[in-house]
Ligand binder design. Sequence first.
Ligand SMILES: [Zn+2]
Length: 761
Amino acid sequence: MKVCVLYLFCFLVWSQLSAQCPIIPTPKEYTQIDLKIPLGNELSLDSNSIHSATWNYLKSNLKLQTGIDLVHNAENPFIELQFKYEFQSLNQNQPIPISNEYGISFNSDKRTIYFATEESKFHAINSLLQLIRQNGMIFYLQGCQLSDSPAFEWRGLHLDVSRHFFTVDEVKRYIDLMALYKFNTFHWHLTDDQGWRIEIKKYPKLTEIGAFRDRTMIGHYSDQPRTFDKTTYGGFYRQDQIREVVQYARDRFIKVVPEIELPGHSRAALAAYPELSCTGDQNEVPGTWGVFDDIYCSKSETIEFMKNVLEEVVTLFPSEYIHIGGDEAPKTRWKKCANCQQVMTENNLHTAHELQSYFIGQMDQFLTSKGKKLIGWDEILEGGLSPNAAVMSWRGVEGGIAAAKQKHEVVMTPTTYCYFDYYQSGHPSEPIAIGGFLPLEKVYQFNPLPEELSELDEKYILGGQANLWTEYIASMNQLEYMTYPRALALAQAVWCKEKPSFDSFLTDFITYQEEYLDRYGVNYARSIHQPKLEITRAKNGINVHFKGIEENYHFMVCTKEIRGFSMSGEQAMGVNDTLFFEHCLPGTQSKTIRTSVLDEAGRQPFTNEFIVHSILGAEIEMITQPHPKYDHNGSLNLVDGIAGTLPWKGSQWLGFDTSYVEFIVDLGTIRTIQELKLGFLDQNGSWIYLPESVSVQISTESKWRSKKMYSKDVDSSNFSISISKKGRYVRVMIHAMDIIPEGQDGGGFAPWTFIDEIQLK
Ligand SMILES: [Zn+2]
């Protein structure tokens, strides 16, 4: 085994990039002027030219950030606000399109903000706040010339207040931070299995009973045995509090879209009114996460109940859209329920999916009669889309594409880019999360417009949104950690028509935005400061590269001896230095190398263990492609020396949602193979199951006619099979069950198979 350190060219170090723009989301056009306009203790505007809510917003933010007072001056304001009609329409004979254009011109003679609407004025005010910079004790305005407008009309952040409850003040804080980055839609997930959070006058038990649970899971859903915190947990918003939040958001040009989940995720409501279920059984408000079989029965009493609930909801929320959920509703109970069967017969419905469509159709009719639009998760496409329904595409973009092609409105929020409850780095210090891996860079790649859509259908894509499910987010502190800075990358995706490169965004973020978020005391994640591990294939092994934004890391390489680790070298490494690990010789024992990267103070080592085995970096052809969400680093993931670890943090495993997985390893040369080892993930709570069996074929050429097959059942997550054969190509075939049996986690759905690190002896 050979460990050598290669010094490569520093082709990209962020500190060499110059920062471009202090405003995020990046304005459409921005030219920095080399001018710092000092600010005194006061900043003046003509208060007649600005809506009082916007005035108060600017006044309080300015004071909070800088201590500067906003004062009224009609004759000679420091910054002039000017309505600019040209922004609205070039042709006065045409109906005026509502454009949210604004412009800023801060030069040595004059400081002017141009606007087309009250809303665009508010956007300009938020840009103004970001243009205030600090030099020692002095605050100044950055000189610049810009024009700007949003790319999408739906720029959303979601918040689940059911799994964990957030107070009115916390929700307001969440909305405040949204406003800074020009989000305009707050999707408030108010009801779910674990808590009903909105007061409904007609049904007081919804909050008396449904808003509280008597226990809450500790740790991850997949942990065994499960443990619980047995304190009563809950809370809800009175209707006057809801109105207060809606007005607060409205003052910030943010519309609040409420979500009332149906027909699934309804255990809290059914705990209060068990007669609305299929069985009528009295169950508790659950303290565990997941998907439950008990959902609303589709009988007319439930439909009536839902309409009565929505009747109160529509009076509280001026939003055009009302979200009715529609996701993850198992049909187990419906299939056995006489009432549900009767509804199917009476309405000539043939499948349970059609029954769900019928249920949602009733809600659609009702909401339409109230002048509202129904929006639901992409499952509402199953069994036929209701005439006026808009779709929120979360299981990928496919649902959104299908809906847009059917001329329905769509909001894109695919898990692949928009689920901020996923891990954002592989660092050991990351707090427990649901799983999955969504680093900042990945969020930045999000584009709400899929390439598959024609220009004609693109207009149905309203925009995009990130979702914050809170099973593992119990405090405001952690909510901010999970949301920021990823929300800034999302803001770019939904605001900018053309966004700068990720490196440029990162430079701007570190130069300007960290300080800005610090001023607001936001607990944003610092993950981007941690070195990032990048592994690439090399001849006879792999290159390991620690890419980071700091100038220097303290770096240690240790090799594992029989008794623990012994230091084999400690060296200061530059940002772009690379380690080369050569694979061990066939037939010899694999070895483990531990690498550690320490921060400047020598704390929090970023530690990785590499198994240096005989097919490290080998070429692999994936016959079955991993699911895009769990395709981190492609086939190299299987031979990168890093075994998949627990807790599952999303990035070290390849995940498949197919019942059969096949790949072929090319050893490059013919050799004797004695044993094959392969790791599987066993996390049934996340619907990840061990496969049933593995078959292996060995060949000297890449043809598989009449070759001997080695097969074995899988009974543990560390699978191994004995082989005695010479060959160059190793074909691995993994057979998983088609459907998870009823009664187990994810029962009735297809299981996931997660694999990592294949080794040969
Ligand atoms: Zn029923």
